[in-house]
Design a protein around this ligand. Structure first.
Ligand SMILES: Cc1cc2nc3c(=O)[nH]c(=O)nc-3n(C[C@H](O)[C@H](O)[C@H](O)COP(=O)(O)O)c2cc1C
Length: 278
Protein backbone atom coordinates (compact mmCIF):
# COMPACT_ATOMS: atom_id res chain seq x y z
CA UNK A 1 0.00 0.00 0.00
CA UNK A 2 1.27 3.49 -0.83
CA UNK A 3 2.69 5.31 2.17
CA UNK A 4 1.27 8.87 2.02
CA UNK A 5 4.18 10.28 4.02
CA UNK A 6 6.80 8.82 1.65
CA UNK A 7 4.73 9.90 -1.34
CA UNK A 8 4.46 13.52 -0.23
CA UNK A 9 8.15 13.61 0.73
CA UNK A 10 9.29 12.31 -2.65
CA UNK A 11 7.00 14.75 -4.48
CA UNK A 12 8.33 17.60 -2.33
CA UNK A 13 11.94 16.63 -3.08
CA UNK A 14 11.20 16.58 -6.82
CA UNK A 15 9.35 19.90 -6.65
CA UNK A 16 12.11 21.71 -4.74
CA UNK A 17 15.14 20.34 -6.61
CA UNK A 18 17.22 22.87 -8.51
CA UNK A 19 20.55 22.64 -10.27
CA UNK A 20 22.94 23.82 -7.56
CA UNK A 21 26.19 25.48 -8.63
CA UNK A 22 27.34 26.97 -5.33
CA UNK A 23 28.00 24.62 -2.48
CA UNK A 24 28.54 24.83 1.26
CA UNK A 25 32.26 24.56 1.92
CA UNK A 26 32.23 21.22 3.68
CA UNK A 27 33.05 17.76 2.41
CA UNK A 28 30.37 15.20 1.75
CA UNK A 29 30.05 12.83 4.71
CA UNK A 30 31.20 9.28 3.97
CA UNK A 31 27.80 7.84 4.87
CA UNK A 32 26.11 10.26 2.44
CA UNK A 33 28.56 9.38 -0.32
CA UNK A 34 27.84 5.71 0.33
CA UNK A 35 24.09 6.33 0.08
CA UNK A 36 24.55 8.20 -3.21
CA UNK A 37 26.60 5.36 -4.72
CA UNK A 38 24.07 2.81 -3.48
CA UNK A 39 21.29 4.80 -5.17
CA UNK A 40 23.17 4.47 -8.47
CA UNK A 41 23.66 0.74 -7.98
CA UNK A 42 19.92 0.26 -7.38
CA UNK A 43 18.86 2.09 -10.57
CA UNK A 44 16.94 0.17 -13.21
CA UNK A 45 19.35 -1.18 -15.80
CA UNK A 46 18.72 -2.75 -19.21
CA UNK A 47 18.88 -6.54 -18.98
CA UNK A 48 20.33 -6.13 -15.48
CA UNK A 49 23.65 -5.61 -17.27
CA UNK A 50 24.81 -2.34 -15.64
CA UNK A 51 26.40 -1.07 -18.83
CA UNK A 52 27.90 1.94 -17.10
CA UNK A 53 30.84 2.99 -15.00
CA UNK A 54 31.27 5.83 -12.57
CA UNK A 55 34.49 7.63 -11.73
CA UNK A 56 34.64 9.69 -8.54
CA UNK A 57 36.94 12.63 -9.17
CA UNK A 58 38.73 13.20 -5.86
CA UNK A 59 41.97 14.61 -7.30
CA UNK A 60 41.81 18.40 -7.09
CA UNK A 61 44.09 18.91 -10.11
CA UNK A 62 41.81 16.69 -12.17
CA UNK A 63 38.73 18.65 -11.02
CA UNK A 64 40.50 21.85 -11.99
CA UNK A 65 41.32 20.44 -15.42
CA UNK A 66 37.71 19.31 -15.93
CA UNK A 67 36.46 22.76 -14.99
CA UNK A 68 38.41 23.98 -18.03
CA UNK A 69 37.79 21.15 -20.52
CA UNK A 70 34.03 21.23 -19.77
CA UNK A 71 33.43 24.63 -21.31
CA UNK A 72 35.21 26.63 -18.60
CA UNK A 73 32.85 26.27 -15.66
CA UNK A 74 34.85 27.18 -12.52
CA UNK A 75 32.24 25.86 -10.07
CA UNK A 76 33.22 22.30 -11.05
CA UNK A 77 36.58 22.76 -9.31
CA UNK A 78 34.81 23.89 -6.13
CA UNK A 79 32.30 21.04 -5.95
CA UNK A 80 32.92 18.81 -2.92
CA UNK A 81 31.94 15.73 -4.93
CA UNK A 82 32.26 15.16 -8.68
CA UNK A 83 31.25 11.94 -10.41
CA UNK A 84 31.56 11.16 -14.12
CA UNK A 85 29.11 8.66 -15.62
CA UNK A 86 30.18 6.54 -18.56
CA UNK A 87 28.30 4.34 -20.99
CA UNK A 88 30.44 1.22 -20.75
CA UNK A 89 30.42 -1.87 -22.97
CA UNK A 90 34.11 -2.59 -22.37
CA UNK A 91 33.70 -4.96 -19.47
CA UNK A 92 30.98 -6.91 -21.29
CA UNK A 93 33.04 -7.32 -24.45
CA UNK A 94 36.13 -8.21 -22.44
CA UNK A 95 34.05 -10.81 -20.65
CA UNK A 96 32.64 -12.12 -23.94
CA UNK A 97 36.25 -12.43 -25.03
CA UNK A 98 37.15 -14.31 -21.83
CA UNK A 99 34.17 -16.57 -22.47
CA UNK A 100 35.11 -17.49 -26.04
CA UNK A 101 31.92 -15.95 -27.40
CA UNK A 102 33.41 -15.30 -30.84
CA UNK A 103 34.37 -18.96 -31.26
CA UNK A 104 30.97 -19.99 -29.93
CA UNK A 105 29.29 -17.77 -32.53
CA UNK A 106 31.47 -19.27 -35.30
CA UNK A 107 30.49 -22.78 -34.22
CA UNK A 108 26.82 -21.90 -34.00
CA UNK A 109 26.69 -19.90 -37.24
CA UNK A 110 25.77 -16.77 -35.28
CA UNK A 111 27.02 -13.26 -36.02
CA UNK A 112 29.44 -11.85 -33.51
CA UNK A 113 28.77 -8.14 -33.54
CA UNK A 114 30.68 -5.42 -31.77
CA UNK A 115 29.02 -2.82 -29.60
CA UNK A 116 27.00 -0.74 -32.06
CA UNK A 117 25.11 2.54 -31.84
CA UNK A 118 22.11 0.83 -30.25
CA UNK A 119 24.32 -0.58 -27.49
CA UNK A 120 25.74 2.87 -26.93
CA UNK A 121 22.27 4.40 -26.60
CA UNK A 122 21.18 1.64 -24.24
CA UNK A 123 24.34 1.96 -22.15
CA UNK A 124 23.87 5.75 -22.09
CA UNK A 125 20.31 5.24 -20.84
CA UNK A 126 21.69 3.01 -18.10
CA UNK A 127 24.32 5.55 -17.09
CA UNK A 128 21.89 8.48 -17.06
CA UNK A 129 19.24 6.62 -15.09
CA UNK A 130 21.88 5.74 -12.49
CA UNK A 131 23.00 9.38 -12.50
CA UNK A 132 19.48 10.64 -11.89
CA UNK A 133 19.05 8.18 -9.02
CA UNK A 134 22.06 9.83 -7.37
CA UNK A 135 20.52 13.28 -7.89
CA UNK A 136 17.36 12.31 -6.04
CA UNK A 137 19.20 10.44 -3.33
CA UNK A 138 21.50 13.43 -2.82
CA UNK A 139 18.53 15.83 -2.62
CA UNK A 140 17.03 13.71 0.14
CA UNK A 141 20.30 14.17 2.06
CA UNK A 142 20.33 17.97 1.66
CA UNK A 143 22.89 17.74 -1.15
CA UNK A 144 22.30 19.71 -4.33
CA UNK A 145 23.76 18.75 -7.69
CA UNK A 146 24.30 19.94 -11.22
CA UNK A 147 24.75 17.94 -14.42
CA UNK A 148 27.62 18.85 -16.70
CA UNK A 149 26.78 17.81 -20.26
CA UNK A 150 30.02 19.37 -21.52
CA UNK A 151 31.87 16.22 -20.44
CA UNK A 152 30.94 15.00 -23.94
CA UNK A 153 33.29 17.60 -25.38
CA UNK A 154 37.02 17.11 -25.86
CA UNK A 155 36.71 13.33 -26.09
CA UNK A 156 40.39 12.80 -26.85
CA UNK A 157 41.47 14.76 -23.76
CA UNK A 158 38.98 13.04 -21.46
CA UNK A 159 39.95 9.64 -22.86
CA UNK A 160 43.51 10.37 -21.83
CA UNK A 161 42.70 11.99 -18.49
CA UNK A 162 40.61 8.99 -17.37
CA UNK A 163 42.59 6.31 -19.23
CA UNK A 164 39.41 5.25 -21.03
CA UNK A 165 39.09 2.00 -22.93
CA UNK A 166 37.57 2.11 -26.43
CA UNK A 167 34.03 1.13 -25.49
CA UNK A 168 33.65 3.65 -22.70
CA UNK A 169 32.01 6.99 -23.39
CA UNK A 170 31.59 9.87 -20.90
CA UNK A 171 27.90 10.63 -21.17
CA UNK A 172 27.50 12.98 -18.20
CA UNK A 173 29.12 14.40 -15.12
CA UNK A 174 27.55 15.52 -11.85
CA UNK A 175 28.78 18.00 -9.26
CA UNK A 176 27.37 17.67 -5.75
CA UNK A 177 27.56 19.68 -2.54
CA UNK A 178 25.43 20.55 0.46
CA UNK A 179 23.03 23.44 0.16
CA UNK A 180 24.28 26.38 2.20
CA UNK A 181 22.31 27.08 5.36
CA UNK A 182 18.95 28.63 4.52
CA UNK A 183 19.83 28.96 0.84
CA UNK A 184 17.37 27.42 -1.59
CA UNK A 185 17.36 28.82 -5.12
CA UNK A 186 13.87 29.11 -6.57
CA UNK A 187 12.90 26.22 -8.87
CA UNK A 188 13.13 27.25 -12.51
CA UNK A 189 10.08 27.43 -14.67
CA UNK A 190 9.15 24.67 -17.09
CA UNK A 191 7.11 24.57 -20.28
CA UNK A 192 3.52 23.61 -19.58
CA UNK A 193 2.97 19.86 -19.67
CA UNK A 194 0.29 20.24 -22.39
CA UNK A 195 3.14 20.96 -24.84
CA UNK A 196 5.25 18.03 -23.72
CA UNK A 197 2.82 15.23 -22.94
CA UNK A 198 0.35 13.69 -25.39
CA UNK A 199 -1.71 10.53 -25.41
CA UNK A 200 -1.21 7.60 -27.76
CA UNK A 201 0.11 9.68 -30.67
CA UNK A 202 2.92 12.15 -31.11
CA UNK A 203 1.67 15.70 -31.14
CA UNK A 204 3.58 17.97 -33.50
CA UNK A 205 2.78 21.45 -32.24
CA UNK A 206 1.17 24.02 -34.51
CA UNK A 207 2.74 27.47 -34.87
CA UNK A 208 0.05 28.85 -32.58
CA UNK A 209 0.81 26.25 -29.94
CA UNK A 210 4.53 26.95 -30.22
CA UNK A 211 3.85 30.63 -29.75
CA UNK A 212 1.83 29.85 -26.63
CA UNK A 213 4.54 27.49 -25.38
CA UNK A 214 7.28 30.11 -25.66
CA UNK A 215 5.18 33.14 -24.70
CA UNK A 216 6.42 33.17 -21.13
CA UNK A 217 10.09 32.99 -22.12
CA UNK A 218 9.54 35.58 -24.82
CA UNK A 219 8.46 38.04 -22.12
CA UNK A 220 11.99 38.03 -20.72
CA UNK A 221 13.57 38.75 -24.13
CA UNK A 222 15.69 41.88 -24.41
CA UNK A 223 15.46 43.33 -27.96
CA UNK A 224 18.58 45.42 -27.22
CA UNK A 225 20.71 42.30 -26.76
CA UNK A 226 24.40 42.20 -27.65
CA UNK A 227 24.16 39.61 -30.45
CA UNK A 228 21.46 41.19 -32.61
CA UNK A 229 18.85 38.48 -31.98
CA UNK A 230 15.40 39.68 -32.98
CA UNK A 231 13.42 37.21 -30.90
CA UNK A 232 13.80 34.58 -28.20
CA UNK A 233 14.20 31.72 -30.73
CA UNK A 234 17.20 33.45 -32.33
CA UNK A 235 18.60 34.24 -28.90
CA UNK A 236 18.33 30.67 -27.60
CA UNK A 237 19.75 29.20 -30.81
CA UNK A 238 22.80 31.46 -30.59
CA UNK A 239 23.31 30.71 -26.88
CA UNK A 240 22.67 26.94 -26.98
CA UNK A 241 22.14 24.86 -30.15
CA UNK A 242 24.37 27.00 -32.38
CA UNK A 243 26.93 27.99 -29.74
CA UNK A 244 30.64 27.12 -29.88
CA UNK A 245 30.28 24.53 -27.12
CA UNK A 246 27.65 22.69 -29.20
CA UNK A 247 29.97 22.63 -32.21
CA UNK A 248 32.74 21.21 -30.03
CA UNK A 249 30.36 18.62 -28.61
CA UNK A 250 29.32 17.56 -32.13
CA UNK A 251 32.97 17.22 -33.19
CA UNK A 252 33.94 15.32 -30.06
CA UNK A 253 30.98 12.90 -30.22
CA UNK A 254 31.68 12.21 -33.90
CA UNK A 255 35.26 11.18 -33.04
CA UNK A 256 34.04 9.04 -30.16
CA UNK A 257 31.45 7.37 -32.42
CA UNK A 258 34.09 6.52 -35.02
CA UNK A 259 36.19 5.10 -32.26
CA UNK A 260 33.27 3.09 -30.95
CA UNK A 261 32.00 1.89 -34.32
CA UNK A 262 35.19 0.08 -35.46
CA UNK A 263 34.13 -1.86 -38.57
CA UNK A 264 35.58 -5.13 -37.40
CA UNK A 265 36.58 -6.52 -34.04
CA UNK A 266 39.99 -8.02 -33.55
CA UNK A 267 41.63 -9.83 -30.70
CA UNK A 268 44.41 -7.89 -29.09
CA UNK A 269 46.38 -8.23 -25.86
CA UNK A 270 44.03 -5.69 -24.27
CA UNK A 271 40.99 -7.79 -25.21
CA UNK A 272 38.59 -7.36 -28.11
CA UNK A 273 39.18 -4.03 -29.80
CA UNK A 274 38.05 -2.24 -32.90
CA UNK A 275 40.62 -1.98 -35.66
CA UNK A 276 40.56 1.79 -35.42
CA UNK A 277 41.66 1.64 -31.77
CA UNK A 278 44.88 -0.26 -32.37
C1 LIG B 1 22.08 16.67 -19.67
C2 LIG B 1 22.26 17.95 -18.90
C3 LIG B 1 23.39 18.70 -19.08
C4 LIG B 1 23.59 19.88 -18.34
N1 LIG B 1 24.78 20.55 -18.45
C5 LIG B 1 25.00 21.63 -17.67
C6 LIG B 1 26.27 22.29 -17.68
O1 LIG B 1 27.19 21.90 -18.40
N2 LIG B 1 26.43 23.36 -16.88
C7 LIG B 1 25.45 23.81 -16.03
O2 LIG B 1 25.68 24.77 -15.30
N3 LIG B 1 24.22 23.21 -16.00
C8 LIG B 1 23.99 22.13 -16.78
N4 LIG B 1 22.79 21.48 -16.71
C9 LIG B 1 21.73 21.96 -15.81
C10 LIG B 1 20.62 22.68 -16.59
O3 LIG B 1 21.09 23.93 -17.01
C11 LIG B 1 19.40 22.80 -15.69
O4 LIG B 1 18.91 21.50 -15.40
C12 LIG B 1 18.29 23.61 -16.37
O5 LIG B 1 18.69 24.94 -16.57
C13 LIG B 1 17.01 23.61 -15.52
O6 LIG B 1 17.28 24.11 -14.25
P1 LIG B 1 16.98 23.24 -12.94
O7 LIG B 1 17.76 21.95 -13.03
O8 LIG B 1 17.47 24.09 -11.79
O9 LIG B 1 15.52 23.00 -12.88
C14 LIG B 1 22.58 20.32 -17.44
C15 LIG B 1 21.42 19.55 -17.29
C16 LIG B 1 21.27 18.37 -17.99
C17 LIG B 1 20.03 17.54 -17.76
Amino acid sequence: MANPLVRSTVQEILRKRVSLRQYAERPIKDEDKKAIIEAAMRAPTAGNMMMYSMIIVSDQDLKQRLSETCDHQPFIAKAPLVIVFFADLQRWFDYYNDSGVKEFCNDQGMDFTGPDEADLLLASSDALIAAQNTVISAEALGIGSCYIGDIMENYETHKELFNLSPYVFPISMLCYGYYSEGERPKPRERFDSQFIVSENKYNRLTEKEREAMFSHRAKGFNPQNSIGAKNIGQWIYARKTGADFSAEMARSVRIAMNHWRGESLVHHEGGIMCTKCL
